[in-house]
Design a binder for this molecule. Structure first.
Ligand code: NDP
Ligand code: 2IT
Length: 448
């Protein structure tokens, strides 16, 4: 761990004391605090008004029971969460994660990251996150629907167009958003499109939202490479995961002339030297919802490595797009050794602090998730705009808006990194830019 100045260390110790056992939340807080020393030197009033202490404490945390019945009639009880972290810039905004590993510490780390990510988009959205320790794997469509309905039966009290606007994350995609929105509509008897994003195109959704996180990450990578006089075209890439973010990262990379040779799921890695076959991948993951192993059954010149390590595959660009802490210091060293020039986080906090240090020391361009994967939530905010104006925009127009937002985030983050003496350090740039936007709004709003 990097040393913190005395005041920040005291805040960190207090956060760990007040939130015991929440390792991911501690890690996310520490990463932001490690960027903030130069800000406090310039802005001592932020120390006096306890701005960091306030930002580290969620405005509200909701935990609820989610009972549901499986197809055999057996009853199950899961735990649901919504952490409404910060609403200085707008209504709480952030996804819902359904995964068995979910507990309060995961939702708080994601909610905390979301505050600064959303601030970086420049759009009027606060930060929040939610989910459940429900495992969607192996569940029937009807079981998924019953779970979503039970989840919304409780969550509906706390969400709304002007209050809190959920969306998808791991285990929550278009199908789940449909069941959640359907139940909300039924409970409230209102067609309140702006209550949730990631909706289907014929019931209030936005073109490009499905693609947005992956496309945005690639746009961000393009800007990072441009600073170094390089481009996406001709690069060999690996993209971990094979879910929403991974699929559309692969798609945009291919459109821009890169070759993606590997992707993965939590069971193993697919290596396909000729480049991942996107229609096949989409068929397997979006339609059939099967394991990635099936890819090698259908495409004989590819290889499946059970429990393989995707970061050991030589590449120029790496896009960790599965989950938190999926890329550690050893993985980072392997990437550096094999000539990787840029790492761009499609997932939230996929690189461990060790890995980030390794990339920084090796002068590998490192795109922090808060900045690089902000295209998803930014396009959610564009979906909210379309809902509020009862309009729907074309694919091209929406993609241009996304591209413009990603360029803007890159420019602001890069300029901040220069201003604070760490040119090209996107960790420092993103954390300081995001923090200052939220802190300045909170200052203006009084003691909140
Ligand atoms: P999906 O559920 O669509 O896909 C998740 C992928 O990651 C799957 O391939 C899954 O494999 C893999 N994965 C999940 N958990 C683990 C784990 N514990 N170990 C190994 N692999 C795992 O989710 P998304 O693509 O939406 O999300 C991926 C990441 O991107 C997450 O970190 C999310 O927070 C982040 N993100 C998502 C955004 C969005 O708009 N969807 C926006 C910004 C960030 P398996 O099927 O085996 O579980
Ligand atoms: O982590 C994220 O930014 C998301 N899962 C997307 C959130 C959103 O509200 O679109």
């Amino acid at each position: 761990m990097v040393g913190l100045d005395e005041r920040l260390e005291a805040v960190y110790v207090e956060v760990t004391r007040r939130n015991p056992g929440e390792a991911e939340f501690h890690q996310a807080v520490r990463e932001v605090l490690e960027s903030l020393s130069p800000v406090l030197a310039k802005r001592p009033e932020l120390v006096e008004c306890k701005m960091i202490e306030r930002i580290c404490e969620p405005e509200r945390q909701i935990i609820f029971r989610v009972p549901w019945q499986d197809d055999k009639g057996e009853l199950h009880v899961n735990r649901g969460f919504r952490v409404q972290f910060n609403s200085a810039l707008g209504p709480y905004k952030g996804g819902l994660r359904f995964h068995p590993s979910v507990y309060l510490g995961i939702i708080k780390f994601l909610g905390f990251e979301q505050i600064f990510k959303n601030a970086l988009t420049g759009l009027p959205i606060g930060g929040g996150k939610g989910g459940a320790d429900f495992d969607p794997k192996g569940k029937s469509d009807n079981e998924i629907m019953r779970f979503c309905q039970s989840f919304m039966l409780e969550l509906h009290r706390y969400v709304g167009e002007y209050q809190d606007v959920p969306a998808g994350d791991i285990g929550v995609g278009g199908r789940e958003i449909g069941y959640l929105f359907g139940m909300y509509k039924r409970i409230t008897s209102q067609y309140e499109s702006g209550v949730i994003t990631g909706k289907g195109l014929n019931w209030g959704g936005s073109l490009v939202r499905t693609e947005a996180t992956g496309y945005g990450a690639v746009f961000f990578a393009r800007e990072m490479l441009a600073v170094r006089g390089q481009e996406i075209e001709g690069k060999t890439c690996v993209v971990s995961g094979s879910g929403n973010v991974a699929i559309y990262t692969i798609q945009k990379l291919s459109q821009l002339g890169a070759r993606v040779v590997a992707c993965s799921d939590s069971d193993g890695v697919i290596y396909d030297e000729s480049g991942i076959d996107l229609p096949l991948l989409k068929q397997l993951k979006e339609v059939e919802r099967v394991r990635i192993e099936e890819y090698s059954e259908r495409k004989k010149d590819s290889r499946y490595v059970p429990h393989g390590n995707i970061w050991e595959i030589p590449c120029n660009l790496a896009f960790p797009s599965a989950t938190q802490n999926e890329l550690n210091g050893r993985d980072a060293a392997a990437l550096v050794k094999n000539g990787c020039v840029a790492v761009v986080e499609g997932a939230n906090m996929p690189a461990t602090p060790d890995a980030i240090r390794t990339f920084t020391e090796a002068n590998v361009a490192f795109g922090l998730g808060k900045a690089a994967n902000a295209g998803g939530v930014a396009t959610s905010a564009l979906e909210m705009q379309q809902n509020a104006s009862r309009d729907s925009w074309s694919f091209d127009y929406t993609e241009q808006r996304l591209d413009h937002i990603m360029r803007g985030i890159h420019r602001n983050v890069y300029e901040t990194s220069v201003e604070y003496g760490s040119p090209g350090n996107y960790v420092v740039g993103a954390n300081i830019t995001g923090f200052l936007r939220v802190a300045d709004a909170m200052l203006a709003l009084g003691v909140i």
